[in-house]
Design a protein around this ligand. Structure first.
Ligand code: TRP
Length: 386
């Protein structure tokens, strides 16, 4: 998730102005409106069911450890995940480290990034007592599911996957590796090994969920247990969030390389500094008008999300205060909202052995679950020999 440039990152349905078409937008366009509409209806039903009985749900969230989290991630997705955890959903959170070698050649300081992401998660309210946090690479049985799963998909299906196509485009002429081509199958293994039945994703990831359900039912049809009424895998649903699209301080897509992000780990001074440079427009009267005033509206949306208020109301209060006043309001609301997380983040960062123990316990739990699932898979496939 902290990835900035590559495809498939905007988990959004938004009325805010769209920047130039990114690879992610193209994926979203390619995902048929019918399946999106269906997923929205289904997501509403699930939300209601969670209110009634959260314990029937296991949620898997996944993100790649590619950089620091910023306010877009927090207000766009993370806050929602924490909310679901707190409502009593059994939450599993994958730090998708193998995905890092899927879409790039340079791994970068991976260990540091994994711990950075873990620190951000805990600072934002992910509670290791209630959420199992784990990494791909530490769970061998999860990865082993790829072998039978690969037997259940065709090359043509993989080539048609819009996310694979977009990732390929985003990497600018990089050769299509076997891992990138089969990455949706890996993602299916992430979801199926732990028998998650809800996966919060953006529109662009809907084809992965569809493929995951196909793999689950093909497995049961082809290798399934003698007792057809007890399938090995659950059929997971996407949980689409209606997170607003949050742009960078210059009105473009948030990307570290553009220097337009507000990272969760920034100090309040750093936050003030980036916002001081934020782009506004010449009209001193501040109004919330995403179509005609994308930069100003984006700043208002940030303030609104941070203070859980209505952007129109904030605009009315600023009135003819102009860009200066707007920036001051945004800076204050973000700094107020993030202050407790920043304090917590600093405490956590000072305690590496605690962070290690959280990851170790999460990985142990994920391994137990993956081993159990792999045993069921082997039994179904008649591969238990003694
Ligand atoms: N593919 C997702 C992304 O690009 C990350 C991810 C990996 C994921 N495995 C997952 C998301 C399983 C949901 C479920 O961000």
């Amino acid at each position: 998730m902290p990835e900035t440039e590559s495809a498939a990152k905007q988990s959004v349905t938004s009325d805010a102005a769209t920047p130039s078409q990114t690879a992610a937008d193209k994926v979203a366009d390619a995902v048929s409106t019918a399946s999106v509409r269906q997923a929205i209806v289904r997501s509403k039903e699930i939300e209601e069911a969670i209110d009634r009985d959260p314990a029937q749900f296991r949620m898997l969230t996944g993100a790649r450890p590619t950089g620091q989290l910023h306010v877009g991630h927090y207000f766009g997705t993370l806050r929602n995940w924490v909310g679901l955890q707190n409502r009593g959903v059994d939450t599993w959170t994958l730090i998708a480290d193998y995905q890092v070698i899927t879409d790039r050649d340079v791994i970068g300081p991976l260990k540091e990034r994994v711990y950075g992401l873990l620190t951000d998660y805990l600072a934002c309210g992910i509670d290791p007592q209630r959420t199992t946090i784990f990494t791909h690479s530490a769970v061998p049985a999860l990865n082993q599911l790829l072998v039978p799963f690969l037997a259940l998909v065709t090359e043509a299906e993989l080539h048609r996957n819009p996310t694979v196509k977009a990732e390929l485009e985003a990497t600018g002429g990089r050769a299509l590796t076997g891992l990138l081509l089969t990455y949706p199958v890996h993602q299916a293994a992430d979801i199926l090994f732990c028998k998650a039945n809800i996966v919060p994703v953006g529109q662009d990831q809907l084809p992965h969920l569809e493929l995951t359900r196909q793999i689950a039912s093909r497995f049961d049809r082809r290798f399934g247990r003698a007792d057809r009424d007890t399938p090995v895998f659950r059929r997971p649903d996407a949980l689409l969030s209606e997170a607003p699209l949050i742009l960078g301080t210059d009105g473009e897509k948030m990307a570290k390389s553009r220097g337009n992000t507000i990272e969760l780990g920034f100090s309040s001074d750093e936050t003030a500094k980036v916002l001081k440079k934020a782009k506004t427009d010449a009209d001193r009267v501040i109004t919330y008008d995403p179509a005609n005033r994308p930069e100003v509206s984006n700043l208002l949306m940030l303030a609104a999300l941070a203070s859980e208020r209505d952007p129109h109301e904030i605009a009315a209060e600023i009135g003819d205060g102009g860009g200066g006043k707007l920036k001051q309001v945004v800076t204050e609301s973000i700094n107020d909202a993030l202050a407790p997380m920043r304090t917590r983040r600093a405490e956590l960062a000072a305690d590496p052995s605690y962070l290690e123990s959280v990851l170790k316990e999460g990985n142990e739990k994920a391994n137990e679950e993956a081993d159990r699932t792999l045993t069921e898979v082997r039994e179904a496939m008649q591969m238990v020999y003694y």
